[in-house]
Design a protein around this ligand. Structure first.
Ligand code: GTP
Ligand code: MG
Length: 601
């Protein structure tokens, strides 16, 4: 059977997963309501976190023509997971570049397209969401072509086929005016345009397969998601794993799966061109070559992006430690992090000492997802403030830089330009639409840390900010951020509505009434920027005057509840974020005022 391998790439939310789901339904591989986004966190957040494989067969058997297997890799659109997309691109033959017909190309569109073009891939452009009232497919098409040319597409790459779609309704069409009721037009373009994966691979040659992703199974251990480039990989085979440098070690394949729809099916052999899950090679890594011939050339390496931010994971030692978590010891946290390293390719962990682990990742979201997964599994820990990774090259200090694209109603552009300016961001472009503007900036990741909350406030929630790391550049110099100060609890106990009501004029509170707090916990931030010792447990003085109203009648502003991401953003350098299965609390590292004074000296 012929095989085609494609990846679906786009900016976040442009509709990759919805489109993949529609293809699965159309080809009878999934029921209504089944989605590629299957992980609990993905469902909750509505974003793809892990790239996933599926396979469909088209046209369906019985239609007088031969059936082709199409392996599809759905990729995450969020910039923090960009390096994952890059790896996937190395192992497929074409991409569906999905672009929202209203938004047009966005930062991640540019990034994934650039990588695809560099690899010589000839993309298929899918202009999606043409049902949106403000969709402008013609303009979108024009912008996409511009982007291709700007990124140096070859003539044949710039001559891309276009398909228009409404992923949500499972409809695709070759021309905007066509009547279409299903996804067939898109599938037909895939067959016509994507080169067969196994056209010139001989099945009798020596095996060469290369993992582009890792998986984990409690029984089988580490799994490689690999493409077989040449030969036929057989169950039980003794193989050799070669590093790109040629270094070699033997191994044995104990189990293999290929994909059918979303399910994995056991395979006794995997032919050239196909994508498979391979078990048995417990230390296999991305980019290595699996072969059965000691003389085979290793396949070219696959680069893994360097982490950009780092923070410490520590055993929770707050007064509430151990109350809510199931796994709290340093041993348990260490084991969990070691397990994470099996599959989380962009992550680095430095096991510095007994109860402190230095964790580095590709961005705040990358780390926040790990923390969120851990707390759901019952872990409890605290973390320090994320710092960008500054590195030294030829005596020069380098730090990660990001491109930022802001779409906002025009009236808010002033404060955005001003604030990003003080954070060392340079405006690269400004495009005016009817009532909105698109601003493009470039600047240090360091300047962006802690800015997103401010952005939401400055645009009254109407602005959209997206960013992605563009690489390491010379250190941008000192950045003076207007710090918010912390409201620090001076005594433990239960917070009372009365005292919170008094405090809420001074800043933003993270807790509501009846929440138990401890000394040194940070329960809010002060708008004036000063640190403030507060007593949220103080009740109203009893007097013999008849008081107006009771506690419940107090007009309390709903608290700004801390999530892991918000916490990482608002926390100060001398604080820890305490994360348990049920709570996220912010605290000073030194809990008593005496200790804080001492450490300040
Ligand atoms: N109006 C409209 N909305 C769509 C269409 N396709 C997808 N959506 C919506 O767009 C949102 C994002 O869709 P997803 O498929 O999750 O987007 P994605 O590109 O996979 O997102 P990430 O994986 O997080 O990058 C969802 O709310 C979809 O319902 C479409 O054709 N029209
Ligand atoms: Mg998705």
């Amino acid at each position: 059977m012929e095989i085609r391998n494609i990846a679906i790439i786009a900016h976040v939310d442009h509709g990759k997963t919805t489109l993949t789901d529609a293809i699965l339904r159309q080809t009878g591989m999934a029921e209504e309501g089944v989605s590629m986004d299957s992980n609990a966190l993905e469902l909750e957040r509505g974003i793809t976190i892990y790239s996933k494989n599926a396979a469909v067969f088209y046209p369906p058997a019985g239609r007088q023509v031969k059936t082709t297997k199409i392996n599809i890799v759905d990729t995450p659109g969020h910039a923090d997971f960009g390096s994952e997309v890059e790896r996937v691109l190395r192992s497929i033959d074409s991409v569906l570049l999905v672009v929202d017909a209203q938004e047009g190309p966005m930062p991640q569109t540019r990034f994934v397209l650039k990588k695809s073009l560099e690899l010589g891939i000839k993309p298929i452009v899918v202009i999606n969401k043409i049902d949106k009232p403000a969709a402008d497919p013609a303009k979108c098409e024009e912008q996409v072509l511009e982007l291709f040319l700007e990124l140096g597409a070859s003539d044949s790459q710039a001559d891309f086929p276009i398909v228009y779609s409404i992923g949500k309704q499972g409809i695709a069409k070759k021309n905007l005016t066509d009547e279409s009721i299903n996804m067939d037009p898109l599938l037909d373009v895939i067959l016509a345009h994507v080169p067969p994966a196994n056209a010139d691979a001989s099945s009798t040659a020596a095996v060469r397969a290369q993992p582009f992703n890792l998986g984990y199974d409690n029984f089988l251990g580490r799994l490689a998601v690999a493409r077989v480039y040449e030969g036929t990989l057989k169950m039980g085979d003794t193989v050799y794993v070669k590093k790109p440098t040629g270094e070699m070690r033997p191994g044995k394949i104990t189990k293999m799966h290929t994909f059918r729809g979303l399910t994995k099916v056991d395979a006794t052999e995997v032919v050239a061109g196909d994508i498979a899950l391979i078990a048995g090679l417990s230390d296999i890594f991305i980019g290595e070559t699996i072969t059965n011939d000691t003389a085979a050339e290793p396949l070219p390496a696959i680069a893994i992006d360097e982490p950009t931010i780092t923070l410490n994971f520590l055993v929770n030692n707050s007064p509430f430690a151990g109350r809510e978590g199931k796994y709290v010891t340093s041993r348990q946290i260490r084991d969990r992090l070691e397990k994470e390293l099996e599959i989380n390719v962009g992550l680095r962990v430095d096991f510095v000492s007994g109860d402190l682990f230095k964790v580095s990742g590709r961005g705040e979201l990358h780390v926040a997802i790990l923390l969120e997964n851990m707390r759901r599994e019952g872990y409890e820990m605290q973390v320090s403030q994320p710092q960008v990774i500054v590195r030294e090259e030829e005596g020069k200090k380098l730090e990660p830089f990001e491109e930022v694209i802001v779409d906002t109603p025009s009236e808010y552009q002033g404060p955005i330009i001003e604030r990003l300016g003080t954070r060392k961001f340079v405006m690269k472009d400004l495009k005016v639409h009817e009532n909105s503007v698109r601003l493009i900036f470039e600047g240090p990741t360091r300047g962006l840390l802690g800015y997103r909350n401010q952005f939401v406030l400055d645009t009254k929630g109407e602005g959209i900010l997206s960013s992605r790391v563009v690489g390491f550049q010379p250190y941008a110099g000192e950045i003076k951020k207007r710090q918010v100060g912390s409201m620090i609890t001076m005594t433990g106990g239960k917070a009372l509505g009365f005292s919170l009501w008094n405090l809420q004029d001074r800043g933003v509170l993270y807790i509501g009434p009846a929440v138990e707090v401890y000394e040194g916990q940070v329960i809010g931030n002060t708008s004036k920027g000063e640190e403030m010792l507060v007593n949220p447990t103080k009740g109203k003085q009893l007097t013999n005057m008849r008081s107006k109203g009771t506690d419940e009648a107090l007009n309390l502003i709903p608290p700004f509840e801390l999530t892991i991401e918000r916490g990482l953003e608002v926390m100060a350098e001398d604080e820890y974020l305490e994360i348990t299965p049920t709570s996220v609390r912010l605290r000073k590292q030194a809990l008593s005022e005496t200790d804080r004074t001492r450490s300040r000296r």
